[in-house]
Ligand binder design. Structure first.
Ligand code: NAD
Length: 498
């Protein structure tokens, strides 16, 4: 089964470690296979292979490197259906959602073809005494990419495509819940012509991650996942003198002003709130209504739209979203709903206890909505990674901004309004890394930088965009002076010999 073995040096390899973990189909609850978990020896082997291959890849011409990236893009398009199927099988997201994810992954791959442009150095002529100074951006060497379960294709490619295009070798550590997609990508990179050892995959859990963080042969670590683990990885990686970029949890607010197009706002909230069973770092978690009238009118529209959502297995083409990733995740969502009631919330839509015919053991929970959420409730404070969303009521834009800024996370935030002034103040004052005005999910396109603020990101790099290329390269600055030409008759300072 794809995903059961590591991929090192251009081949799928069995693990010498005795440890492994089961991979499940969240739509049925059935165990699919066991994936080998890497221990320190496996990580050591992957690093040794990657360092060797990386040295040669770093010296490959830009044209050669880009040819592989262009070819990979074509293969991703060719195999979208297969990738989407494995993504849905192991993650639970619907096939159409998985195809959307692959579309975003393609953006990252496409942007990686700009690597020569975004890593061009600088040159200053005659900074003094005939000295010229220039800078070079060199690959860092081996990059570790530690990925979450919720984007099995997009996140590894968001990290690895630019790392590879800038001349590095990568070791991907996919989420142990969804190793299949990274394994499938291994075959595609090989078919695209990437030399063996430049892309490697080690499966596993904390043991593999700790071996990566402590390994002196890995100078850079990209991480996407929860804030608790991301902070640990950032701090530990930095203690081991690595550069670390960790993109972490979110709790994204959608502020709706009284002058907004409420129909559009309601549609945006439902799609951005519940899509992918709300298992997106950029999902809208909270609807912040400015004014009681706005709240009442919006809630009526939202309830109607939620009523039309269909929950089903990943391969049901008519389903709006699928199950959550594990049974424990479903229990956490349903417990959070219960707690929100105990803390004073008003449960206006209850999706708990949903069963889907023919899939009684799948990890389904229906869409739930809690009104009158306040800042002292768990439902506001914590990222709940599943389809329960909250409604808050505030009296003014200023109060809405205070609510958004009081949160520990600052991944994304959006406002719906017809007022340019309100949108301006929102964008100026809200402390979130990705902002939207009248759009549901403000994930930037691939040539802009992606990343949150506050505890939604650790480190000052960004994914996507030119910052990604900077993260995967180190700068050297050269100051050089050349003696005058020695050949007879040459005039110092004059380059032509006529
Ligand atoms: P997670 O933190 O549980 O796991 C992420 C990775 O860390 C996995 O590869 C996992 O194996 C590893 N890991 C887990 N526990 C570990 C430990 N104790 N020590 C070392 N490594 C460990 O996250 P998840 O549940 O897979 O993904 C969901 C989270 O990711 C959410 O919080 C979501 O907001 C976040 N996310 C953030 C972004 C972003 O760009 N900011 C994007 C996608 C997902």
């Amino acid at each position: 089964m794809y995903g059961s073995r590591h991929y090192i040096g251009g081949a799928f390899v069995a693990s010498p470690s005795a440890r492994s973990g089961a991979v499940f189909n969240p739509s049925t609850g059935a165990e699919l296979y066991h994936a080998a978990y890497a221990d320190r020896a496996t990580v050591d082997e992957a690093v040794a292979v990657a360092r060797k291959a990386g040295r040669e890849w770093a010296n490959a011409s830009q044209a050669r490197r880009l040819a592989v990236i262009f070819r990979m893009r074509e293969l991703l398009i060719r195999d979208t259906d297969k990738l989407a199927a494995i993504c849905g099988l192991e993650n639970g997201k619907t096939i159409s959602d998985a195809k959307g994810e692959i579309g975003r992954a393609l953006e990252a791959v496409e942007f990686a073809t700009n690597a020569p442009q975004v890593t061009k150095g600088e040159y200053s002529r005659n900074v003094g005494g005939g000295i010229d100074t220039f800078s070079l951006r060199m690959p860092v060497g081996v990059v570790a990419c530690i990925a979450p379960f919720n984007f099995p294709v997009m996140v590894p490619l968001m990290m690895a495509s630019m790392a590879i295009a800038t001349g590095n070798a990568v070791i991907v550590k996919p989420s142990e819940r969804v190793p299949g997609a990274s394994a499938m990508l291994s075959d595609l990179w090989a078919e695209a012509g990437l030399p063996a050892g430049v892309w490697n995959v080690v499966n596993g859990d904390a043991e593999a991650v700790d071996a990566i963080l402590e390994h002196p042969g890995i100078p850079a670590v990209s991480f996407v996942g929860s804030t608790r683990i991301g902070e640990y990885i950032y701090q530990k990686g930095c203690r081991h003198n690595k550069r670390v970029a960790a993109y972490t949890g979110g709790k994204n607010h959608m502020v709706v002003m009284p002058d907004a197009d409420l129909e559009a706002a309601a549609a945006a909230f439902v799609s951005a709130g519940y899509g992918s069973a709300s298992q997106r770092c950029m999902a809208v978690s909270l609807l912040v209504c400015v004014g009681e009238q706005t709240a009442e009118r919006l809630l009526a529209l939202v309830k109607t739209k939620i009523g039309t959502l269909k929950v089903g297995p990943y391969d049901d083409a008519t389903a709006d979203f699928g199950p959550v990733v594990t049974k424990a995740a479903r229990d956490a969502v349903e417990n959070a709903i219960q707690r929100s009631i105990e803390e004073g919330g008003e449960l206006v839509i209850d999706g708990r206890g949903l069963t889907v015919g023919g899939h009684e053991n799948g990890y389904f929970t229906g869409p739930s909505l809690v009104d009158r959420v306040t800042r002292n409730m768990q439902l506001w404070r914590e990222e709940i990674f599943g389809p329960v969303r909250g409604v808050m009521r505030v009296a003014s834009l200023q109060e809405a901004i205070e609510v958004v800024n009081a949160h520990e996370y600052g991944n994304g935030a959006v406002i719906f309004t017809r007022s340019g002034g309100a949108a301006h103040d929102f964008c100026e004052e809200v402390e979130a890394g990705m902002l939207g005005v009248n759009v549901p999910v403000p994930v930037p396109v691939g040539h802009h930088n992606f990343g949150g603020l506050r505890r939604s990101k650790f480190g000052d790099a960004h994914m996507f965009g030119p910052d990604a290329a900077r993260f995967y390269t180190k700068m050297k600055t050269v100051s050089q002076r050349w003696p005058a030409p020695e050949m007879a008759g040459a005039v110092p300072g004059k380059m032509s010999l006529d």
